[in-house]
Design a protein around this ligand. Structure first.
Ligand SMILES: NC(=O)c1ccc[n+]([C@@H]2O[C@H](COP(=O)([O-])OP(=O)(O)OC[C@H]3O[C@@H](n4cnc5c(N)ncnc54)[C@H](O)[C@@H]3O)[C@@H](O)[C@H]2O)c1
Ligand SMILES: [Zn+2]
Ligand SMILES: [Zn+2]
Length: 395
């Protein structure tokens, strides 16, 4: 069948809305009519070339929700009409990582950037030439074909345009604080960068009962939003945030600092590293150029027993949306033309779009009429277990 989607043909490049040929689902796959898709900074990294797609062209998007329209042969457990939140990290349930509760590190993740199936095959093409699917799910398309390992079935009364956000932003931000930093009641937590990821980290810190939830962002609107969603303090710079953290911890520093800036540089991690206390944790969630390396003082790493923790989000991280303020789950809407017009101008998007709402969000508005607008509990069916990713830690 034919569908339409936002495709990148070169990197650096821009998103273009193109017609795509899509194959029928094979065994272990389903076809979806997309309802909503988020626009994450990681999509921007594809267009700037920071995170080069493994194959070009690539149909983008890695945070989305939709409704099952077709099921591959011999694929039990699925029905046409099932509601699905897509996970940009598949979980096979069988590999070492999945079997150890670390499905966020599933071996199937090896194809996230290549956008092909584990056997190297593709399901989408343009003019007879195979194209990749972003994270294997290509949520910027009106229809998609995905491996069921990327699907989390959700209740039909959950509004899909909100549930979409657990596909990346909520699980990543929330998990950065709750799972990776292991924040505890009474602690002091710094969140550096209040975009779609950071605002969910703020809510995670607030949810666990951190006494000081310190948001850092140079953009005033982001600081105001953070304060309205659980931050207790907000600063424009890390210097101010670190000084404040020390002032409320007898000079010791923050228990943890979560780095969720849009384009990660080593100096961001160094700033976070110097802001935490002895045996504190820096969580590195932001992504920069693939060549970017992280440097921290070895002396402090060892003698102060500090920890630097990477974060890959947990697929289908369950979230009780009753705990999330409505505004956090009410993304600004855009359509395909908006993605095409603005998606390739990161500055414009970040300032024109993301200042308006902390979560830049693209909804394929054609399907909005199908949505159940009722708000309420937002949860996914998969279980969540703590899953530390790359970590270097002194003992
Ligand atoms: N680990 C993962 O699996 C994962 C998943 C999703 C996103 N990410 C990454 O997380 C990062 C954040 O994504 P997003 O969609 O929230 O981005 P975003 O662009 O919406 O937000 C980034 C925020 O950082 C702020 N910022 C920039 N420089 C700063 C600085 N020096 N100090 C404080 N704030 C600063 C910006 O003003 C902006 O508000 C990106 O690098 C993205 O690629 C990682
Ligand atoms: Zn993302
Ligand atoms: Zn697996």
């Amino acid at each position: 069948m034919k569908t339409r989607g936002a495709v990148i043909r070169e990197a650096p490049g821009k998103w273009e809305i193109l017609e795509i040929d899509m194959e029928e689902p094979r065994q272990g796959e389903v076809q979806l009519k997309m309802v909503a898709s988020g626009l994450c900074h990681s999509d921007d990294h594809m267009t700037t070339g920071d995170l080069p797609p493994g194959i070009l062209p690539m149909a983008g998007g890695h945070e989305g929700s939709g409704i099952v329209t077709k099921i591959g042969p011999n694929t039990p457990g699925w029905e046409v009409g099932d509601h699905v939140v897509l996970s940009f990290l598949p979980g096979c349930g069988r590999c070492r990582w999945c079997a150890s509760g670390m499905q966020n590190l599933c071996d199937l993740g090896a194809n996230v950037l290549t956008g092909c199936r584990s056997d190297g095959s593709f399901r989408m093409s343009i003019d007879g030439k195979p194209i990749g699917q972003g994270a294997g799910i290509s949520t910027f398309c009106e229809d998609t074909v995905v491996d069921v390992a990327s699907c989390v079935k959700v209740d039909k009364d959950i509004p899909l345009e909100k549930a979409c956000l657990v596909g990346c932003g909520v699980g990543t931000g929330w998990g950065s604080v709750v799972n990776a930093a292991e924040a505890r009641p009474g602690q002091t937590v710094i969140i550096m960068g209040i975009g779609g990821i950071g605002i969910n980290a703020v809510q995670g810190a607030s949810h666990v009962g951190a006494t000081h939830v310190i948001a850092v962002d140079p953009v005033e609107f982001k600081r105001e939003t953070a304060l309205s969603l659980g931050a207790t303090h907000a600063f424009a710079t890390m210097d101010e945030a670190a000084e404040f953290a020390r002032s409320v911890t007898n000079g010791q520093g923050a228990d943890s600092a979560v780095v969720t800036v849009g384009v990660l540089k080593t100096e961001h991690v160094a700033q976070a590293f110097s802001a935490i206390r002895k045996a504190g944790t820096v969580v590195v969630t932001g992504i920069g150029a693939v060549t970017e390396e992280v440097r921290v003082p070895a002396f402090e790493l060892t003698l102060y027993q500090k920890r630097v923790q990477g974060l890959e989000p947990q697929p289908g991280h369950p979230v009780d949306a009753a705990a999330l303020p409505e505004r956090a789950a009410a993304p600004r809407r855009a359509d395909h033309d908006d993605v095409q017009a603005r998606g390739h101008q990161p500055g414009l998007r970040r300032h024109a779009r993301r200042q308006e709402h902390p979560r830049g969000h693209c909804v394929l508005s054609r399907y909005r009429s199908r949505l159940n607008e009722r708000s309420g509990r937002l949860s996914t069916h998969s279980t969540s277990r703590r899953a530390p990713s790359g970590r270097f830690e002194s003992v």
